[in-house]
Design a protein around this ligand. Structure first.
Ligand code: SAH
Length: 213
């Protein structure tokens, strides 16, 4: 893995851009400042890897825009060593950011090739705190529940009940909900049988699909 001064300089610029756009969580900004994003992309996109843009990855999916990664990660309001479940591993970038923020990360992907590539990437980066699964994220990861945070990185037509049920009390589910474009919802489990929903604006994601491939 090649990470040179140019990449490091570009990352500092990206962090400055994210601050200007309103991201203030220092843990997220530090993680994005440390993590080489170019290695998660096709070589052809390397030059643009530190622009605040999404890019295509395998299986017709996308690596989210850094602003979106930072925004969703901030909404989780994580404390060190807390357990987080990510649905939609994709390139693995978002999971790696959460791991560098100090979370214990579990991540699920429905496309086997993406799952395998991301798993290898976590090994190469020495991110041993991430556990990756090839599964259908609609069901969550009941055997590892409850989670302090659940982060969905694909646009869901509705909120899967299983995910709400796998939050600890006080835990937060951050999920873009809608078909064409999505509203970023944060659902907080306030009691055993009570959830509070907040709306954090409009975003656009690839679809959350059932089953595995
Ligand atoms: N977090 C990723 C973004 C990937 S795009 C990154 O940082 O690169 C969203 C991902 O969600 C895609 O890879 C897609 O295959 C996956 N996905 C969609 N529906 C899913 C489901 N039901 N279970 C698991 N993963 C799903």
């Amino acid at each position: 893995m090649q990470d040179n001064y140019k990449h490091q300089g570009q990352r500092r610029q990206l962090v400055a851009t994210l601050r200007k756009k309103g991201i203030s969580n220092e843990g997220v900004l530090q993680a994005i400042g440390r993590l080489p994003r170019h290695i998660f992309l096709e070589k052809a996109f390397e030059e643009w890897a530190y622009q605040d843009k999404p890019f295509p990855i395998d299986c017709e999916q996308t690596i989210s825009q850094p602003y979106t990664v930072a925004f969703q990660s901030s909404l989780l309001e994580l404390e060190a060593r807390q357990k987080v479940l990510e649905i939609g591993t994709g390139s693995g970038y978002q999971a790696a950011v959460l791991s560098l923020m100090g979370a214990r990360v579990f991540t699920i992907e429905r496309h086997k090739p993406l799952h395998l590539t991301a798993k290898q990437m976590f090994r190469d980066l020495g991110l041993h705190g991430i556990r990756a699964y090839h599964r259908d994220g609609y069901k969550g990861l009941p055997e590892m529940a409850p989670f302090a945070g659940i982060l969905v990185t694909a646009g869901a037509p509705e909120v899967p009940t299983a995910l709400k049920e796998q939050l600890q009390i006080g835990g937060k589910l951050v999920i873009p909900v809608g078909t064409d474009d999505q509203r970023m919802l944060r659902i907080i489990r306030v009691a055993e049988d009570q959830w509070k929903t907040e709306d954090h604006g409009s975003f656009r994601f690839v679809p959350f699909l059932p089953g595995t491939e």
